[in-house]
Design a protein around this ligand. Structure first.
Ligand code: TRP
Length: 481
């Protein structure tokens, strides 16, 4: 390994690869790189990107699938160790270089430009299947506001919806088209502003639904399953599942936080910002799980098949809760809930598409408009197999993984751990920890510096590599059966 801080880091601000979402924070002329005006502005924007379907849809189903409490226990341990270290590192790289991922690694060391490219591939894989789930949310929204709440609560409704040949496709295409139109016309600013009101509304509504569901008979057993770790349920899959979820939910290991960091002012403190983003993101995920997992437990009587069903959990359990309020109350409540989730999904999908667009613009030197169209068409094409994977293309599967699960596995459980591993090696042995810790210490002491150094150099890379290799062998074992 070589020490390669030889390249001068220019302080000249550059505008390349900047998602428009963040440019909206600019009050400076176009040529200068914009920045967040305050620390709280930075924290909210980064948390806004982090909170999305990952928290509301993905975390609860993984928690239910991987044994409830033990998954949460593992997740929290990983969040305060691996998650903390990686988020600090990414934000510091971004702030130091003033660049988004694809250029940031190159600027620090030419030979490591490939890591920027690896990070860039990940959102391209995530956006299509994220939009498929966004389409499902849209379908449930439409169903509830058109008075179909009772049908949506019936057994088998979800399965027949996702298995139908055209419906998931239609809702997926509608979702991507809305995202495309918003991004094309550059009206994200308005959307972002609106989401500042709607996201708290989602939290309040979720708390209300949670309190209601926890008073249902049998909910106590569900809460126990959700919160109390049972070490019997622990397996290597729990570990990999939690690690992948951590990266996904906090938008790590894909360059997003590098981009956010590049917009952070030098006088704002990185360390405390990271604590706040982590608490925010994990809090919302835990709340969503508390809303969904115990109630799934109630309606299924703790049946592991229902709890372990995966991506459909939220869509199967929650409609039953809303329907218990009767046709009118249930319609309003369900309509409102899915509208708010749809909004959360849209804002995340918008920033994912912005990321993809800036990658296309940077890499192929195309105009923004052309890049938008390419991102749109590409997302549509790549999403079709995931949308059809539960019906027409059901036979295409590895073990019990559908096509959507495969994309999800590839990005969250394979590529993101690899990107995270390489980021640690890059920091610990190529540019050296000091480059990062100096950046963090620009304005005050880095309380966890020693911890950071040990984690980045030894524990994170070894831990991530071990988890990754064991689990891939595991899946390969399933595959060869
Ligand atoms: N973290 C987001 C969520 O929890 C998903 C996500 C991953 C994301 N990468 C992103 C959102 C990039 C915006 C930009 O749903």
């Amino acid at each position: 390994m070589e020490d390669s801080n030889k390249e001068p880091i220019t302080t000249e601000p550059q505008e390349s690869g900047a998602p428009a979402e963040q440019q909206s924070f600019s009050e400076t002329p176009v040529k200068k790189r914009s920045s967040f005006t305050s620390k709280i502005g930075f924290v909210l924007a980064a948390a806004g990107s982090a909170v999305g379907l990952g928290n509301i849809w993905r975390f609860p189903y993984l928690a239910a699938k991987y044994g409830g409490g033990i998954f949460i226990f593992t997740y929290i341990i990983l969040a305060v160790t691996f998650g903390f270290v990686l988020m600090i590192a990414e934000i510091a790289i971004g702030r130091k270089t003033g660049e988004s991922a694809i250029n940031a690694f190159k600027k620090l060391n030419k030979k490591w430009a490939f890591l920027g490219v690896l990070c860039a591939i990940i959102p391209i894989i995530i956006l299509p299947y994220y939009s498929v789930i966004g389409g499902w949310v849209g379908k449930y929204f439409v169903t509830f506001i058109s008075g179909g709440g009772a049908q949506a609560a019936a057994d088998g409704y979800f399965t027949s919806f996702i298995a139908s040949p055209w419906q998931p496709l239609l809702f997926f295409a509608a979702f991507v088209t809305i995202v495309f139109i918003i991004v094309l016309f550059g009206v994200e600013k308005g959307i972002e502003k609106t989401s500042k009101f709607l996201m708290p509304a989602l939290v309040v509504l979720s708390i209300g639904v949670t309190i209601y569901t926890l008073t249902m008979p049998g909910a106590a057993a569900g809460v126990k399953y959700y919160l109390l770790p049972d070490f019997k349920n622990f397996s290597i899959k729990t570990l990999l599942g939690a690690l992948g979820q951590l990266f996904y939910s906090m938008s790590l290991a894909m360059g997003i936080m590098i981009t956010y960091g590049s917009y952070m002012k030098k006088e704002n403190r990185i360390e405390s910002s990271v604590h706040q983003i982590e608490i925010f993101d994990t809090g919302i995920a835990l709340l969503a799980g508390l809303m969904i997992v115990p109630v799934s437990f109630v309606f299924s009587g703790g049946n592991p098949e229902v709890l372990g069903q995966g991506p459909g959990l939220m869509f199967v359990s929650l409609p039953k809760v809303f329907n218990s309020f009767g046709p009118v109350g249930g319609g309003i409540l369900g309509g409102l809930f899915f509208a708010l989730v749809l909004f959360a999904a849209l804002t995340s999908a918008i920033s994912l598409m912005e990321t993809v667009i800036s990658i296309i613009m940077d890499k192929f030197k195309l105009s923004r408009r052309k890049s938008c169209v390419i991102a749109y068409v590409g997302t549509l094409l790549l999403g079709v197999p995931s949308a059809l994977g539960f019906g027409v293309l059901k036979s295409v599967s590895i073990g019990d993984m559908t096509i959507l699960d495969m994309f999800d596995f590839l990005s969250n459980s394979v590529l993101m751990p690899i990107a995270a591993f390489l980021t640690c090696v890059f920091i610990g042995y190529v540019i050296k920890c000091k480059t990062i810790t100096d950046e963090i210490e620009l304005n005050g002491k880095f309380a966890m510096k020693k911890f950071f150094n040990v984690m980045v150099k030894y524990i994170c890379p070894i831990g991530i590599a071990a988890i990754l290799i064991t689990s891939i062998l595991d899946v390969a074992g399933v595959f060869s059966l």
